[in-house]
Write a protein that binds this ligand. Structure first.
Ligand code: GRE
Ligand code: ZN
Length: 322
């Protein structure tokens, strides 16, 4: 039996962004990338049929990264981000009952990114934003982003950090291109990015901010106790937090099931963060929607929790009027 679902790491592509996306292709086999581009560019029958087959009533769409996170020209980055948000808005308008949106933002200019987030949420009806890792090596805990977090919190607009490659390639990965990308390095990069936000006090200063992580929380739910324990003895160089790091993680970070179809990490995320913090996602077209849907429909959790994960949590967190 299919169960009605909302999904929110569902990607699309726009013509001007194919060149940025090419930098992601180093991570995947040419076999997948050709098929992916066709699927990404479709907003019609192909995507809707797949959603229909697997009970996805509503898909919140986001550009496949990295987009302007790797654009060096700030003015061009801002222009492109605005254009792609308008492009997505026009596609959503053709299928308003099936599609929602996450804004693409030029974090090169945090104040203007905050303005664009506000435009997207208040005028275009988007649910929040997706940022693809660092912006040219600048992470979202950088002081310049205070203005952005303040606005995101005021708007109640969640920010999804989607993995991307870091700007440097640590010796750690030498000779291991298979580990570079979604197999491993993306998770390390994205979890570390999230922890930079926690430890720099972003959620202490902006308790209304919500961060979304994919991939069942990029392994962070597994590590809560250890983060608290080792933070106590860390060389903090003056950094302080009023509460243990795990409390900010529990209060301000929510996760999706994207790209993880196994019971143990789901149970870990549910018990570490709470059953109100985990949301189904498929990660179209990079993962198999059928497998993701079958997993969440059959995994051993109560029917109440299944409904929270498949529907209620995303509806509440993304403020969807469904
Ligand atoms: C993803 O979004 O998870 C993804 C990409 C590109 C390649 C592989 C992949 O965006 O898993
Ligand atoms: Zn993805």
């Amino acid at each position: 039996m299919t169960i009605k679902k909302i999904a929110l790491e569902e990607h699309f592509m726009a013509p001007d962004f194919v060149d940025y996306w090419a930098s992601t292709l180093v991570n995947i086999s040419p076999d997948l990338s050709g098929k992916a581009l066709v699927a990404l560019s479709d907003f019609g029958d192909r995507r809707l049929d797949e959603m229909d087959r697997h009970g996805i009533e509503f898909a919140v769409l986001a550009l496949a990264g990295p987009g302007v996170q790797i654009e060096r020209d700030e003015a061009l980055a801002m222009r492109r981000a605005t254009e792609v948000n308008d492009f997505l808005c026009a596609e959503i308008a053709k299928q308003p009952k099936r599609y929602g949106g996450l804004a693409h933002l030029a974090m090169q200019n945090p104040k203007r990114a905050a303005d664009e987030l506000e435009r997207c949420v208040t005028q275009l009806g988007f649910s929040g934003a997706m940022v693809n890792g660092s912006t040219n090596g600048v992470y979202l805990d950088h002081d310049s982003n205070e203005v952005f977090w303040e606005r995101a919190a005021a708007l109640g607009a969640p920010l999804y950090i989607h993995p991307n490659n870091p700007v440097d390639t640590p010796a750690l990965y030498d000779g291991h291109s298979e580990l570079w990308g979604p197999v491993w390095s993306w998770g390390v990069e994205t979890a570390t990015h999230a922890l930079r936000l926690v430890f720099s006090g972003v959620f202490e200063r902006h308790p209304g901010a919500t961060l979304i992580l994919g991939h069942m929380g990029e392994a962070i739910p597994f590590q809560l106790w250890r983060l608290d324990s080792r933070w106590e003895i860390a060389n903090r160089k003056g950094r302080t937090l009023k509460r243990p790091p795990s409390e900010y993680i529990r209060d301000n970070i929510v996760v999706t099931t994207s790209g993880v179809c196994s019971a143990e990490p789901l149970h870990c995320a549910l018990s570490a963060l709470g059953t109100d913090k985990v949301m189904f996602s498929a990660d179209y077209p990079f993962e198999r929607t059928q497998e993701a849907a079958h997993f969440i429909e059959t995994v051993d959790i109560s029917e109440d929790v299944r409904a929270q994960v498949c529907w209620d949590n995303a509806k509440r967190i993304l403020k969807l009027h469904l």
